[in-house]
Design a protein around this ligand. Sequence first.
Ligand SMILES: [Zn+2]
Length: 252
Amino acid sequence: MLNEVADGVWVRQSVWVWSNAVVVRGEGGLILVDPGIDGSDLDQLADDVDRLGLPVVAGFSTHLHWDHLLWHARFGDVPRYAMPAAASAAPGFRERAQAMAAESAPGVPLEFIGLLTPLPADGGPVPGEIVEHEAHAIGHAAVLLADRGVLLAGDMLSDVLIPLLDPRRPGQVDAYEMALDRLGEAARHVDVVVPGHGAVGEGPEVAARLAADRAYIDALRRGEEPVDARLDQDWLAGPHQSNLEQARQASG
Ligand SMILES: [Zn+2]
C-alpha cells in the first residue's frame, strides 16, 4: 500500500528490514526511488503505481547496495539513474548484488539488478536537488524535494539501523560527518524525512534523526562504543565493531 507523505510523494514499506520504496511525481510522470524488495513487493508496488494512472518515466538508486538496485519488468524499460560514481561502479558490483538478492529477496527478477545510467548534471527527469556524499557507499545521494518539504535520505537518518560506515573505504568517519552536515543543511527545508529503512520521520523527528546519527559518529570519533538502541546490520557486515575499528584506525 502506498502512503502519501507529501504532495506527489508516496512510500511503500516492505517487511524486509522496513525498506521504503518511494514514488515521486515529476514533470513527465513517476520516478521510482529504490523500489523493492522481494518479488511480491515489486508486484504489489506495480499494482499501486498502475492505480496512480501515470507512466513511470525513470528510476533512481540512492546508492550501490543490492537492496537499492532492484527493478521489475512492469515498471517498464526506462532509464534507472544513479550518481555517476555509482553508475560507473555498478557493472563490477552486479554479480555480487544478484547473489545477495537471490539469498534475501525471493522472486526478485535478478536480470534487472543494477542496470544504472549516470544521472545527467541537470537531474534529467528526477525532480528536486541531489545531495551527494561519500558516507555509507560510493556515490550515495539523497534527494531534496524542497517544494514539497521532503528529504529522501537513502541509507541515512534511519530510526531502526545504526549509521553504517562503508567497510571498503577509509576515511568514513570524516565522510559521515560531512554527509550529516550536508543533510542537516538540506533538512532545514523539510518537515518529512524518508529513510531507506524504517519509519518516515515528521516534524521534530527530522532533527532528532540527525542528532542521533551525529551522537553515534561523535562517539566513534572519541573511540568509544556508541550507546545506541538501533540495530546492527550483520547482513551488511557493518555492526558497531567494524565501525569502531575503522574509526580507531583512522585516528591511530
Ligand atoms: Zn539499504
